[in-house]
Ligand binder design. Sequence first.
Ligand code: PEP
Ligand code: MG
Length: 559
Amino acid sequence: MISVQGKGVSTGVACGPLYFYQRAKTTLRRYTVEDTASEWQRFKDAQQKCIEQLGELAEKAREEAGDDAAMLFETHQLMAEDLDYEDAIQALILEEANNAEAAVTDTAAQFADMFASMDDSYMQARAADVKDVSDRILNILYGVVQGGIDSDVPVILAADDLAPSETIQLDKTKILAFVTEGGSSSSHTAILARTMGIPAIVGVGDQMKAEFEGRTAIVDGQTGQVFVDPDEDTTTHLMEKRRKLLEYQKMLEELKGKENVTLDGQQIRVYCNIGSPEDVHAVLSNDAGGVGLFRSEFLYLNCDDYPTEDYQFEAYKQVLSEMGNKEVIIRTLDIGADKQIGYFELPKEENPALGNRALRICLNRPEIFRTQLRALFRASAYGHLGIMFPMVTSVWEVREAKKMCNQVKEELKAEGIPYDEHVQIGIMVETPAAAVMSDRLAKEVDFFSCGTNDLTQYTLACDRQNNDLGRFFNPHHPAVLRLLKMVCDNAHKNGIWVGICGELGADLELTETFLSIGIDELSVSPRSVLPVRKKVRETTVSDVKDSILEDLLGEGNQF
Ligand code: PEP
Ligand code: MG
């Protein structure tokens, strides 16, 4: 048995075969072929497979997000069988005896250059399409399963690290657990794992060896341990732990339908964080009161090009309709930093976490923001929507964003398109600037939602992605908690509500603190709803409040 230690970031015990995540190879092999006819056939087979894959993706997109989404893949299908494109490849293989990979690569470059040099912006955008299609054909030729899991049975997925865009595209039914070399607890892959209820371990470094592929392993997402070829004792022990976890889960089930109320009568709303419309099922099955954070950028991460207004509208409408009367707070696009999207073509930055991200991108590129706001307001007619802006630092940003909301509402009104006049507008408080300015900001909005992942990162000057910072990245730091209290006081003085949607919201060691400082809402991963409810129902706030506040604000705190 080999034991590997990492950091558990999503609890649960899973047992199954190890599978190493595969990325497309990027080194091109060039050689002269002798049998050009069979090389041509090799290309034709790969082209056919590519067309089939795109057809399946188009169908999936149509089911999940409507016709506009499907069209992207259908356009790619047409490109894959375009006669000029095919003729160019054919000439390179049959006449010049190039191997198929070299022929596809050279033709893709030639076509992409040609499109890019055109005046028309629509045609320029086709350069990215031809590259995408060619990459898909190349992956098939190389035999690489791009980002997929080529296994008939569910697996424990090992990877160096996974970008959010890679995680979101995985077939979740095939994943028993994640184990990654890098990453940290508040990285987005860890967040996604918790949302999906999949055990996850990050930061195992180089302990996972390629030769473990296919061997049986047990993952304990609580202790951060992976056992490859586990012995009998370990297997028995962990299977028992799994049984107990399931039992605990069953006990939590009994809290469904009950209120989030303390023993002395203080209520708190417990909502969920989600990343896609498919997560609504988990929100409802865990009996959450609403959605406190829909990370809308995952829609963008899931697309090869800017998602259209209709595509977004369908996704938001789906979430709102399925949630019925329950409140749904959708956060506007928050890309940049660790969430990079190729087609945005953001310039490389020295310090992306401090760079062009989130609301800053939206205010600088209003056409992107406007498309999203139109989709959001159109969807507002189908449920109880709140909209919030991420990464706010100044009052003027909020005013500018609200002005765009008003313009969009005017447009919709003029076009006779229905929307809800009473959509609440809020901001995320996730920068120290927003916390310190919360007295002013509270006058501009209907609610605050504290993003403690970024608030901790920026307050403590600790990169949330860097697992090596260990004890320095401490969201329990009084500097963070004092800011939360300040935000809470300023919100209430101005008659607005305040929630927490960062990962800290689910930290049961702090539930009493949040109740004591008066937080109104906690938005957590679906799996954390019932544990938080249990903790709330066991608390008597009046018993703990004075000592918690003294500890937080008094002189005794020697942190
Ligand atoms: C946060 O920063 O706490 C937050 C909820 O947003 P994200 O994790 O997506 O940056
Ligand atoms: Mg954030």
